[in-house]
Design a protein around this ligand. Structure first.
Ligand code: DHB
Ligand code: FE
Length: 280
């Protein structure tokens, strides 16, 4: 049977992708950020999954205000890096896992979650920057990836509680797939950031670190936090953090092992947070 072995949480700031693609990782501004992911890249090499289930949000790239799925699962064989206005990032094509993705769609929809099934889409920085942070600049990504897009851009967005419960349904779906696969689930976005308006540049270190603490030790209670708290405390784009609760909900109910924790400010206008949790 397939099983979820670990979860990875990371911000997905587009400027990080540009820093990598333009060879700027050793510059004083970026060096401390990339240093924080050296452990993570080694951990991923030592703990190779067969599939990554990658929870992220599309930033009006594949979807627009014409069509706003709350939850969308990629069932395609492959996905191209999107052109977000500067040309597509020079990163490998993302290879999908249609069989596992279709199985998860079937199981989760039967479990009362409405998913949009996506057979063709391009993937933006929300998905490619976490892969770059965790894998560096390989010729090919190390394994197939199932993209799972969440609407955190246009209200109404899903609650943390719903995201956490969806994670549980994803865990059940993975565990009922009849192949011996090690699956990692990654939650991306956040941490505190606000990109526009009078509060642009808002960073809240104390709130971010408390979020990391609670994500580790009391995720179910953390899932009760209402949207307004995210927006007030972590900025309008801090709401991306609800996606981390999907990954956390997919972990087993017993306490996880914290393999890595990292927090860094600044990266562009954003606080970067990162966790690696293993199931015991
Ligand atoms: C920025 C965009 C994002 O999607 C994000 O999560 C963080 C930062 C930005 O444009 O700087
Ligand atoms: Fe984002």
């Amino acid at each position: 049977m397939a099983r979820i072995t670990a979860s990875v949480y990371t911000s997905h700031v587009p400027a990080i992708g540009a820093a990598l693609d333009l060879g700027k990782t050793a510059e004083p501004y970026w060096q401390p950020l990339f240093k924080g992911y050296e452990t993570s890249q080694q951990w991923l090499k030592d703990n190779q999954p067969d599939v990554i289930f990658l929870v992220y949000n599309d930033h009006a790239t594949a979807f627009s205000l014409d069509l706003i799925p709350t939850f969308a699962i990629g069932t395609a064989a492959s996905y191209q890096p999107a052109d977000e206005g500067w040309g597509p990032r020079p990163v490998p094509t993302v290879i999908g896992h249609p069989e596992l993705a279709s199985h998860i769609a079937h199981s989760v929809i039967q479990d009362d979650f409405d998913l949009t099934i996506v057979n063709k889409m391009d993937v933006d920085h929300g998905l490619t920057v976490p892969l770059s942070l965790m894998c560096g600049q390989p010729q090919a990504w190390p394994c197939p990836v199932i993209p799972f897009a969440v609407n955190v851009v246009q209200y109404p967005v899903p609650s943390g509680r719903r995201c956490f419960n969806l994670g549980r349904a994803i865990r059940k779906a993975v565990q009922s797939f009849d192949a011996d696969l090690k699956v990692q689930i990654w939650g991306t976005g956040g941490m505190s950031h606000q990109l526009q308006g009078p509060r642009a540049g808002l960073i809240n270190r104390a709130w971010d670190n408390r979020f990391l603490d609670r994500l580790i030790s009391e995720p179910e209670q953390l899932a009760q936090v209402p949207h307004i708290d995210y927006v007030r405390e972590a900025g309008s784009e801090g709401i991306e953090l609800v996606m981390w609760l999907i990954a956390r909900g997919a972990m087993s109910d017993s306490a996880p092992v914290v393999k890595h924790r990292f927090y860094h400010v600044p990266a562009s206008n954003t606080a970067v947070g990162h966790l690696i949790l293993e199931n015991t």
